[in-house]
Design a protein. Structure first.
Length: 183
């Protein structure tokens, strides 16, 4: 079955701009090394990755070439295509200015370094929710560490508050006792 859109999709698939393989693994990269043996990658085989653009926002994403056709066939509710391999003309992607919590410019970076947390270069979040979701999904270990620190801090603050409240009640009771004896 052919549709009027198939030639356009096939053309976009053919002309798609190549993207770098995601991740750190490259041919020749060391996988593990011991005194006896070093294992490294001889070659990487992949269909490759290409860039796709949101047709309304011009946001660029990376897609595996095996999934490209499915991505290009996605449509919006109004029937228009959601993605293209060609950057939409006249549209500039909206870019935020909020940096990842783990960015090197974060005011808490020295503390994070002492905690052994990684550094992140992401610096274009539009809002705090996106930044927190990024931390939770992309840096789960750092998220868990910071979450533990936060809850520990809250528990410590509550404990200090209870101690202060207990001390206040004790002082009030002692004052009432002294006031009762003087009467």
């Amino acid at each position: 079955m052919t549709t009027n859109n198939e030639p356009a999709i096939e053309e976009m698939m053919r002309d798609a701009e190549m993207a770098d393989e995601p991740g750190d693994m490259k041919a020749g990269a060391v996988i593990s090394a011991t005194a006896d043996m070093t294992m490294s990658t001889a070659e990487l085989q992949s269909a490759g990755y290409v860039y796709v653009y949101d047709t309304r926002t011009a946001d660029r994403s990376v897609v595996n070439r095996n999934m490209l056709q499915q991505q290009l066939e996605k449509r919006r509710v109004d029937g228009s295509f959601a993605f293209s391999t060609r950057k939409p003309e006249g549209i500039e992607p909206l870019v935020g200015t909020i940096k990842c919590f783990l960015h090197e410019d974060d005011p808490n970076r020295e503390k994070y370094d002492k905690m052994g947390l990684i550094r992140c270069i992401k610096s274009d979040f539009l809002n705090e929710m996106d930044r927190e979701n990024h931390l939770r999904r992309r840096h789960p270990r750092a998220y868990a560490t910071l979450e533990n620190e936060r809850t520990r801090g809250e528990r410590d603050a509550e404990r200090l508050e209870r101690i202060a409240l207990t001390e206040t009640i004790r002082n009030m009771a002692q004052a009432n006792e002294k006031g009762g004896k003087n009467a």
